[in-house]
Design a protein around this ligand. Structure first.
Ligand code: SAH
Length: 345
């Protein structure tokens, strides 16, 4: 079976020829899938019964089953737990901002990067998500909230650059003018820093934002938090970031989760400044979201403010990430993990 929702319009046109169908059928099918967000072939009223049957025999039509929604009473953030066709579950988050609605999607079932503070990686990687399964998270949320999604961040469970080909195809389909037509500038891809893939992505010259999860300003500290640091040094990362900016003209976002007593000192901030000052960048400070499996604690408010002020004094753009959905297992992978734990009991 061919995964029809992962096909480009061009590929679908060619496949209609294989089926002996007129190529304009491809556009009709594509619109149903990617514009009208149909949940099955049955909904496609201008497609004949005969073609629907052919399609059902040749294509797999992915669709997510929403099995749980949690809504934050603090900020309206909604967290969705979706079941995939094979029974695996992924989570996605819907956030409302002044400038529009943003969806945070997962790119893999689980993750193999092993970051010490992250709940998504505790059970390792199960499998990559297909382009259609990444799109489906956005499509399902659009249907459920009945609101337009304007921004997409690939910051949920998984390492997007560890699923590189599917990620690129997903971006192509999401930004296609025959689909939801989300602007590349409204898409952010967050990576733990797989250097060769960052460079390959730069060569694509897309206008998406690349966010790098830095979390430490020395290799030794970064290694304590992120196993990937054993493979690529901070120096190599900075060179890759600067290459990304040169190729795309897009400012890099650095994510820095503040962990109490680990990476939040004045010295840490000083080293960070020296590292990133040469780059055109923005820093997102995230108070670490403690997970019960690890004993990391959040930095206290004074340290967070001091860290931020020091960066600002050195002309570095910085924001403290608002903690959306803290009351609903907002941290990566927590909801999925809790669901799995409960179903095993
Ligand atoms: N694998 C990608 C994207 C998913 S994680 C990456 O590493 O960037 C999205 C962001 O959330 C990353 O910056 C990650 O380091 C951070 N993160 C994960 N768990 C967290 C936690 N418990 N508290 C704060 N930030 C966390």
């Amino acid at each position: 079976m061919i995964d029809i929702k992962s096909m480009t319009l061009e590929e679908l046109r060619e496949d209609m020829n294989v089926l002996g169908e007129k190529s304009f059928r491809a556009k009709q099918l594509y619109e149903w899938m990617h514009k009208k967000l149909a949940e099955s072939f049955d909904e496609m009223t201008n497609i004949s019964g005969a073609l629907k049957e052919k399609c059902a025999g040749r294509y797999e039509y992915t669709n997510l089953k929403c099995i749980r929604v949690q809504e934050s009473s603090i900020d309206g953030t909604k967290k969705f737990l979706f079941e995939l066709a094979d029974g695996n579950v992924v989570e996605s988050v819907w956030m409302q901002y002044k400038h529009g609605n943003s969806v945070c999607i997962s790119s893999q079932v689980g993750c193999r990067m092993g970051c010490a503070f992250c709940a998504s990686t505790l059970d390792g990687l199960v499998r990559n998500l297909t382009p259609s399964e990444m799109l489906d998270q956005i499509y399902a949320i659009t249907r459920l909230t009945k609101e337009r999604v304007s921004n997409v961040v690939v910051m949920g469970t998984g390492e997007p650059l560890d699923n590189y080909e599917n990620l690129l195809r997903f971006i192509r389909l999401l930004t296609d003018e025959e689909g939801l037509h989300i602007s590349q500038r409204n898409i952010t891809v967050s990576t733990c820093g797989i250097v060769p893939k960052m460079r390959r992505l730069a060569d694509q010259k897309l206008q998406i934002t690349l966010a790098l999860s830095l979390h430490a300003s020395s290799d030794d500290k970064r290694k304590e938090l992120m196993p990937i640091a054993n493979k690529y040094s901070i120096q190599e990362l900075m060179e890759a970031c600067s290459y990304y900016f040169d190729q795309t003209g897009r400012r890099i976002t650095f994510e820095y989760s503040l962990v109490g007593g680990v990476n939040d000192s004045d010295e840490d901030a000083g080293r960070l400044i020296r590292l990133i000052r040469p780059l055109n960048c923005h820093v997102n400070l995230i108070p670490v979201n403690p997970i019960k499996e690890r004993d990391f604690v959040q930095s206290d408010t004074d340290s967070i403010t001091a860290f931020k002020n020091k960066l600002e004094k050195n002309q570095i753009n910085v924001t403290i990430r608002r903690e959306m959905g803290r009351d609903i297992d907002g941290a990566c992978g927590q909801l999925r993990r809790r669901h799995i734990e409960q179903s095993l009991q």
